[in-house]
Design a protein around this ligand. Sequence first.
Ligand SMILES: Nc1ncnc2c1ncn2[C@@H]1O[C@H](COP(=O)(O)OP(=O)(O)OP(=O)(O)O)[C@@H](O)[C@H]1O
Length: 607
Amino acid sequence: MGFLMDGLDAEDYDRTYNDRDLLRRILSYFRPKLGAMILVAVMIVLGSAAQAAIPTLGSLAVDAIADGTIGDVGWLLIAGVLGTGVLSWGFNYVRQKNSAKVTGDVVLSLREDAFDAVLKRDLSFYDETPSGKIVSRVTSDTDDFATVSTLTMDLISQVLMVGFVTVLLFVRSVELALLTLLVVPVVMGLALLFRRLARVSTRRAQRSLSRVNANLQETMGGIAVAKNFRQEQQVYDEFRPINRQSYQVTLRQGFVFSAIFPVLFLVAGLATVALVRLGGASVVAGGLSAGDWYLFLQGVSLFWFPLTSIAAFWSQFQQGLSASERVFALIDAPPRVVQTDSRPAGRLAGRIEFEGVTFGYDPAHPVLNGFDLVIEAGETVALVGHTGAGKSTLSKLITRFYEFQDGRLLIDGRDIRTLELGSFRKQIGAVPQAPFLFSGTVADNIRYPRPEATDEEVLAAASAVGGGDWIEALPNGLETDVGEHGRALSMGQRQLVALARLLVQDPAIVVLDEATASVDPLTEAQIQEGLDVVLAGRTSIVIAHRLSTIEHVDRIIVLDHGRIVEEGDHGTLLAAGGRYCQVYNTYFRHQSPNYKAGSGFVPVTSS
Ligand SMILES: Nc1ncnc2c1ncn2[C@@H]1O[C@H](COP(=O)(O)OP(=O)(O)OP(=O)(O)O)[C@@H](O)[C@H]1O
């Protein structure tokens, strides 16, 4: 059981809505479709009446055969059955057409709302939630939700038909009708019991499917790396248990669902046997006509079918409900990053001040504890330190990925929480290690932060980076298609595009996570030149991985376990022989042009 349920826990933002709230929320999506739904309801009533009329006509025919009048009324009855059949088809057609439209429209708006909510989520949300799981909520969960509306309409139509049939049965024989109805509470009791089981197993099945999706998504994203390292087998080995878990959980769901029918059919079968026996005896004794008896037997099957499908309905209905719960939870997920005000940031100078900032991804385990740091406007600072020291964490707080728990973070002396996020982010240029390029041309990607930028502005930005020579190396210059995720460009070219993009954005603060991938010396020089141009006049925080960067920045900050252990410029720090030298020996020493294996160590004299 443990293995079976591994990884099927709810997401952080999942919640349980009470039935009333959930229903109210669902109905709010249907309210705009009231007209079409009324039409559907009318068609359901007419269609159900037409369906109930056919066995009645049949029973009249049986009676007519019994009393020998079939020759006179036969054609009339045939015409009646034909007419009712055609009408029934017509009612059904109008109903299906309109209900498909209602369902489609509801899914459309729900999916739009879900996608809108996804776009509004904090960046920490994407840091923590596998994209496959998000995709699954926006696609398959909204689809499952649609089944709720289809099923509800089916249920209403079936309940109505049961109503018509019940009235007919009571008109013919009160005793037999009561006998038929006796079994209803048993069936409904079983259905309700089943409902609880179905809800739990359905939720698990949905979660296991989204786990499969998340795994697939991640695998596809990193397929090149996996293949490079010949890790196909390991990738497969990771997928297998997740897929098997989905199989097991879905199988279990199937077992739960299929268990109910044999039980229900058994109860229904016993009731039919009793009716055949008692009704038959009544016909023989003359208390009931043959036509009535026929109507009862037909009526019972008309009666049972909806009852059993109401029971089955619960399972799918629950599936739809828990899917809608998942979509609403996504839409309602509270933001982590909370602004206390929304004052326009305006053009910032770029002074950044951490004042006693405490932050932990898990608040119980802070990564930063009472952290202080001032970065002056226009200063270029390199953050260095061993892996896990807290370099990315600092940049994620400045870019407002995450909410810190204590202290203050001031930008130009203003509390970062009081700035309107949209205008603040326009002033922040963040460049990740592997810059992401969207499908389209190089020019489209450079223009991305400011779509109204003219061709001249785009060309000027591209030319300013690395002297612009790199554009000539592209097969179609700035019109070169970058391919999916920029795969048609080299790593170095992607970085140059990202730098040109920054120039078009013109932010006051740049947060740059330097690429670790090595590029050829020419591109390296172009990137360095590009950086000089792009960072000039802006406050820059560089998570440094390149020797040429640390040699040129105004100040290097050495971090260790979320604390500043040393700061100063490259020369001074090297001379000091402290913690910086350890970091230098580990990460930067070998990048020197004069490097020979095993050489270039800087002696560490204090730490
Ligand atoms: N999304 C996250 N959730 C939980 N813990 C995290 C998360 N990101 C980072 N951490 C933890 O926070 C600490 C600081 O990580 P951070 O990424 O800031 O280090 P870093 O100095 O940037 O390291 P690297 O050079 O490897 O990127 C580490 O202990 C890390 O495990």
